[in-house]
Design a protein around this ligand. Structure first.
Ligand code: AHR
Length: 799
């Protein structure tokens, strides 16, 4: 049976069971395909989920510089005498009361009249380890304040673990330091500063840090090691949306993150907390170097989530892009190179990769991209400029051509399994691909095995095509368990512990077994049985004002499932994406001209049905989105009429445009739209004309077995990676073709668990983690039963 017929038969059977025919992976050992990109597997470090403050940047005091609010946020003040008071002192335009420095204008003011205490619990408790040294620092000045301060480390219950004294507080700002060593451990400890006497006391930059940090470079040891355990070959930083900001006042601006920590201005981070900026450009570059990872800096392109810098005001953005290269690589006698040297790194960091913008696109991006890229390339021709692109089918810049294009995917396990072959079809002559953010974010719990298996299938496809896909990084990387702004996240931690998702081990297994040369594989496999497609319907817009009416859904037997009623309200419609919805003249109007605005109706259980409606464009750049089979709020399965700047008409699913053709929507004209949905098959009619007749899910379904193979040049090992995406064990033969009856020994590393929904947790960190076993093979083949929901790496060494 040739491969094609076997696929077809398997689709018809479309059931995976233990009786399923064995699968076969044929590895062409004799004809290596291409070198595997040495930078293939890396990490994306965004300041999200309190991954820096409260995370890898081990400052224990929260709101150390009192810039977070006009009140004593995260501090508890108590006046034992009842007469002392504390408040935030904010320097006015004349510099009164005197701030620590012009960039750090708030401080804590205590008007002392008797004894007082100040307590700080840090980021959900401070981790004190018995016998370890902690450095306490504070900047202080007094105004007729003659007292001394007692600094104590306390357990959560209030027991004293260590203490020290600070005296000699003068009437000018001065720094004071103490070394404190707790007599016992507590992961939820706190800091107390107490004083007595009279007069006014000002405190700023109150800091408590562990003495021991990773490689003595100031980062929390266990978390830095958890990154090191992934052996990343590059590190993209510092975002993500943090690079864009919701507005320009809140974008990550690298120039505010360098220099002494007391002049770095804290900033409200887009992910819902104040960032101290203690982890700044220098620290990211140093971490990259310590990990042996190429730094990949992502810079704002003059676009925040809500604003765009006018083209004639872009010079500052261009200058920032040039200056960052000088900071990272410039000679020590250059302005920014000197700052790097002063921070402790006279040698260049060798920054070679810069991403221009994050998830930006459309005409604004295409206009701003050349401004930064032309300037960077003119001065630093060795920098590889990475473009944003193809997030759900958006086109990247054409001029100047990017060196690399960054794609992002957040989807279900099955969507990733479907994508496993997508790069087989990518052009070999265009820009290289960087999959800068990807993770299973649907049906994943807090990060389960099934999610990891979906990613493993996709990663096998990236490795097989690493002549095109030269870099990839999971996202997000870190989460403080007390501040989850995104789910799931690869590494979860509290003040003293961490654990990796099953996805962490998938990343680790790929990077520890990358290999040097890809070997072609042919996979003969059964397919997964697909649950019937189902979900709600909806209407939406993308940078457009539009209205919709006469929306009807009927079942295949003609039963009416839904009829819209916009006579007085749009109650019952679920509005998503922050649009401006209202009803007028019996129609539902959307007036916001924003991206990704939609309103959903109906039942998630709806499968086959026909949707009819009328739609009219009232203004803006595009046309209409007609949604169907929407199970999760963020799902993007729609008929996009007038998309891509009103140039295309396409069916889109999470995987991008599926069936696309040129089209243009006229304003102020009602269009008749009809979608017939049967399974994953959709037929779309525009004014009675059939414009799409497609399967929006790949007609071939999802392969149960995904594989890739490589050779490690140094050891000579053959490395075969096999993903069983089905829930059942699958007998599979690995055929080592093109070599004479290879036999030998090796090792299998297997990631699996009893149930695809299984997860790790802080109390059961290794529940789903890889196990290894010895393997023997003879006659040029290995036959194994691959457990359901498993990822296996075979390292085979021929005798
Ligand atoms: O990884 C989390 C976020 O997802 C990133 O900030 C952003 O780039 C994407 O939307």
């Amino acid at each position: 049976m040739n491969l094609k017929t076997y696929f077809a038969a398997a689709v018809l059977a479309s059931v995976i069971s233990t009786n399923a025919q064995p699968a076969k992976v044929t590895v062409d050992v004799a004809h290596p395909a291409h070198p595997i990109s040495p930078t293939l597997w890396g990490i994306f470090f965004e300041d999200i989920n309190m991954s820096t403050d409260g995370g890898i940047y081990p400052e224990m005091v929260r709101n150390r510089s009192f810039e977070d609010a006009g009140t004593l946020e995260n501090w508890k003040f108590a006046s034992t005498s009842g007469a002392s008071e504390a408040s935030i002192s904010s320097a006015d335009v004349h510099g009164q009361p005197a701030p620590l420095n012009p960039f750090n204008r708030n401080s804590l003011r205590v008007k002392a009249d008797g004894a007082f205490t100040l307590q700080n619990e840090g980021y959900w408790g401070m981790n004190f380890v018995k016998g370890d040294g902690y450095t306490f620092k504070v900047a202080a000045r007094g105004d007729r304040f003659a007292g001394k301060l007692t600094v104590r480390l306390l357990s959560n219950a209030g027991e004293e673990l260590a203490s020290g004294e600070i005296s000699g507080i003068g009437n000018r700002w001065n720094s004071h330091a103490l070394r404190l060593t707790p007599k016992s451990s507590d992961a939820r400890g706190k800091l107390e500063i107490s004083g007595d006497g009279s007069g006014t006391l000002f405190l700023d930059m109150v800091s408590l840090m562990p003495e021991t940090t990773w490689k003595d470079h100031g980062l929390r040891v266990d978390l830095a090691k958890s990154l090191d355990g992934l052996h990343p070959k590059f590190m993209r930083f510092p975002g993500g949306c943090w690079v864009e900001g919701d507005d320009f006042a809140h974008m990550n601006h690298w120039k505010n993150t360098v220099g002494d920590i007391d002049v770095r201005m804290p900033l409200l981070n887009i992910w819902g907390y104040n960032a101290t900026q203690g982890m700044g450009l220098y620290e990211y570059l140093q971490l990259s170097e310590d990990l042996g990872a190429e730094p990949l800096f992502c810079i704002n392109v003059g676009m925040s989530h809500k604003e765009t810098v006018p083209l004639d005001r872009m010079s500052q953005w261009v200058q920032d892009a040039l200056d960052v290269v000088e900071y990272a690589n410039g000679p020590t006698n250059s302005t920014w190179g000197a700052m790097r040297a002063a921070a402790g790194h006279p040698a260049p960091f060798n920054l070679k990769y810069m991403e221009i913008g994050n998830e930006n696109g459309g005409p604004d991006y295409l206009e701003r991209w050349p401004l930064l890229v032309d300037a960077i390339r003119a001065r630093y021709p060795y920098i590889q400029c990475i473009a944003n692109s193809d997030l759900h089918g958006r086109l990247g810049p054409k001029g100047p051509l990017p060196s690399i294009v960054d794609e992002h995917y957040y989807e279900s396990p099955e969507a990733f399994m479907r994508r496993a072959d997508q790069y087989d079809r990518y052009s070999r002559t265009g820009p290289k691909i960087f999959v800068g953010e990807y993770a299973v974010t649907k049906k994943c719990g807090l990060g389960n095995l099934r999610a990891a298996i979906g990613e493993a299938a996709f990663m096998a496809g990236m490795e097989r095509n690493s002549d095109v896909v030269v870099m990839a990084s999971y996202a997000p990387l870190l989460v403080n368990l007390n501040h989850r702004a995104w789910n799931p996240d690869l590494i979860n931690f509290d003040s003293s512990r961490w654990y990796g998702l099953p996805s962490y081990y998938v990343q680790q297994m790929f990077s520890e077994n990358r290999g040097d040369v890809e070997l072609p594989v042919q996979v003969e496999t059964p397919f997964l049985r697909l649950a019937p497609s189902n979900g709600m319907i909806g209407v939406g817009t993308w940078n457009t004002k539009a209205e919709f009416k006469d929306i009807k859904v009927t079942a295949p037997d003609g039963t009416a499932l839904f009829t819209s009623d916009f006579s007085s309200s749009a109650d019952g419609w679920k509005k998503l994406g922050g649009g401006d919805w209202s009803v007028k003249d019996g129609a539902l109007q959307e007036n916001a001209e924003k991206e990704f605005v939609r309103a959903l109706a109906g039942d998630k259980a709806w499968t086959d049905c026909t949707l009819t409606l009328k739609a009219r464009k009232m203004g803006g750049r595009e046309g209409f989105l007609i949604l169907f089979h929407i199970k999760e709020d963020e799902d993007r399965i729609w008929w996009n009429i007038g998309g891509w700047g009103n140039t295309q008409d396409a069916i889109e699913s999470g995987s991008g445009a599926i069936d696309s053709q040129p089209s243009r929507i006229e304003s102020n004209r009602w269009y008749d739209l009809k979608i017939q949905i049967a399974g994953a098959h959709v037929k779309c009619y525009l004014d009675g004309q059939l414009v799409h007749d497609v399967d929006y899910e790949s007609s071939a379904g999802i392969k149960a077995i995904h594989a890739c193979a490589a050779r490690d040049e140094k050891s000579g090992d053959l490395i075969v990676k096999v993903v069983n995406a089905s829930a059942e064990p699958l007998e599979t033969t690995i055929e080592l073709a093109g070599a004479q009856n290879l036999s030998g020994t090796g090792q299998a590393t297997v990631l699996t668990s009893g149930n695809g929904m299984d997860e790790n947790s802080i109390d059961e960190p290794m529940k789903v983690s890889p196990k290894t076993e010895a393997v023997k093979f003879t006659g040029g083949s290995v036959r194994r039963s691959f457990p359901g929901n498993s990822f296996t790496v075979l390292r085979l060494r021929a005798n």
